[in-house]
Design a protein. Structure first.
Length: 284
């Protein structure tokens, strides 16, 4: 009976040890799964952070390229306008030179014609031609005076026009500089607003991630605590079963021992009664 109890105890201990090994392996597998998930979350967060940094760098490069393109376009426009102004000045000077050359050529032609006619004609014709030449010279002088006055008025008008044009150009340049300053200030404000918005969004994302991480840690701890409680409950239940079984074995052993004692007592009592009966029979 002791050998049987020992074998039963060894088998029970072996099954309990196998169950404990399985539980330990399961606990190790759960820890490995948790570590693997944590590693995956860490890798995902690092990849997401690298992606956000790359997108921010691309956006900054795009803003710099756009600003450089606008500056280059404005510079080309300014250069074309300067070339146009130089061409207009050159054309105006060439036109003035051409008019002066035409006047000189017309005067030379008139003087040559008059001289030729003066040499070919004589007498009355010469006097008539002289009077005509004198009248033409007077007309020519009057025309020259009128032309000088006209050129003076034209030059005055051109100077006024140039002054107005220069004033307009200066005002346009001042407006352009003011507009460029406003544009740069607006661009800087826009960039600051975008940076502030990105910083606010990153702060919100970080705060949400920290809150999610805290909640995830709480859930993981609660889950681990629940698993520990379940394991402890299983151990307590097993210990209770083992205690009940042990108590049942002890009761069975005690009952069997009492039965054996009762049987021995009953046999002893029967034997005593039989001996008494035999004794009484002999006496009779």
């Amino acid at each position: 009976r002791c050998f049987y109890d020992q074998k039963i105890l060894q088998k029970t201990f072996g099954q309990w040890r196998e169950w404990w090994t399985v539980c330990r392996e399961r606990k190790l597998s759960l820890r490995a799964d948790s570590h693997y998930r944590h590693l995956l979350h860490n890798l995902i967060f690092k990849a997401w952070r690298a992606y956000v940094c790359q997108q921010q760098g691309k956006r900054n490069k795009y803003y710099v390229a756009e600003s450089h393109a606008k500056k280059q376009k404005l510079l080309r426009t300014w250069q074309c306008w300067l070339v146009y102004v130089d061409v207009q000045r050159t054309k105006r000077g060439m036109q003035t030179v051409a008019l002066a050359f035409r006047e000189r050529s017309c005067l030379c032609i008139s003087w040559a014609v008059w001289r030729r006619r003066y040499q070919n004609c004589t007498g009355h014709k010469m006097s008539i031609l002289a009077l005509q030449h004198w009248a033409q010279s007077l007309q020519f002088r009057a025309w020259l005076q009128w032309r000088e006055l006209y050129l003076y008025s034209q030059n005055d008008k051109q100077k006024q026009t140039r002054a107005v044009t220069h004033h307009q150009h200066w005002e346009l340049k001042r407006c352009m500089e003011a507009w460029m300053g406003y544009l740069n200030l607006h661009r800087a404000k826009k960039l600051q607003n975008e940076l502030a918005q990105e910083h606010h969004q990153s702060g919100i994302v970080q705060q949400c991630f920290s809150v999610w991480r805290v909640s995830w840690e709480c859930r993981r701890r609660m889950h681990a605590h629940r698993k520990d409680i379940e394991k402890l409950a299983a151990r307590i239940a097993l210990w209770r079963v083992f205690a009940h079984w042990k108590h049942y074995i002890v009761l069975c052993v005690e009952e069997r021992r009492q039965c054996e004692l009762a049987e021995k007592h009953y046999k002893h009592h029967l034997l005593v009664r039989a001996l008494l009966c035999l004794r009484w029979k002999r006496l009779w």
